[in-house]
Design a protein around this ligand. Structure first.
Ligand code: URA
Length: 230
């Protein structure tokens, strides 16, 4: 082989893209813990989530849906899990429910810059079924890492799965919405899921939409109070 040929060969090798993550470090089994402090950024976590097989949702996802918004926000919003639009785009709450969520936030003058939005499970449950307890448990370390990294003052838990998945409270959302919960020294507010509000459009006093309006104002007031103490 001439020197020229050797040079060409080594050039071709150099041009191979580096592997995105070290496959040995991917916690593919739900039995392998993901210790707190594993990830330095959402981007690093997203690489793992997109290769994760800790539960069976990994087999059918298009994209893992990690989060959107401000990773330094003082308000974090946790939903249930991605739907079809989210699975296709890789972004949470971008379908009809997400548009309503954005309107709810706008109604109290909050924008994407004020919030970080994510879900209990990062991969779409087929047919938009409710995630199982095993799926929520397998995905939980990712959510805990997100909470550690964002370090929000308030967590809005949107829907019963969000409450069950994070806090472990199995009561129905109608029972617990609107009351502050304390979880690991953080304030959590359970609220209805926007998809539920889409199915219940009445704005009458006492209706789910009306109650959501009360709850989001409670959250806004508390946020203002906490911000003024900083
Ligand atoms: N519903 C959710 O709970 N999360 C999404 O990201 C979209 C719809």
């Amino acid at each position: 082989m001439s020197n020229d040929q050797i040079d060409l060969f080594s050039l071709a090798e150099d041009s191979q893209p580096a592997p995105a993550v070290d496959p040995d470090l991917i916690p593919t089994s739900a039995k392998v813990p993901i210790p707190p402090g594993t990830y330095a950024s959402m981007e690093a976590m997203s690489l793992h989530c997109n290769q994760c097989q800790r539960c069976e949702l990994g087999a059918t996802r298009t994209h893992a849906v990690v989060g959107r918004g401000n990773p330094q926000a003082d308000l974090m919003i946790v939903g249930e899990g991605p739907g079809q639009n989210e699975d296709e785009t890789g972004l949470p709450f971008v379908g009809k429910a997400g548009q309503l969520l954005d309107k709810i936030l706008e109604s109290v003058k909050l924008s994407e810059a004020d919030v970080f939005i994510c879900n209990i499970v990062k991969c779409r449950p087929p047919g938009n079924r409710t995630p199982t307890q095993e799926e929520m448990d397998a995905c939980r370390p990712y959510l805990l890492e997100q909470i550690r990294m964002v370090d929000p003052r308030i967590i809005l838990l949107s829907g019963a799965s969000a409450v069950r998945g994070l806090v472990g409270d199995k009561r129905g959302i109608t029972k617990i919405r609107g009351e502050w919960l304390e979880w690991q020294d953080r304030l959590c507010m359970p609220v209805f899921h926007p998809a539920y509000l889409l199915r219940n459009p009445s704005r009458e006093k006492g209706s789910p939409k009306w109650l959501m309006w009360q709850d989001i104002q409670t959250v806004r007031t508390k946020l203002d109070e906490l911000r003024s103490q900083q």
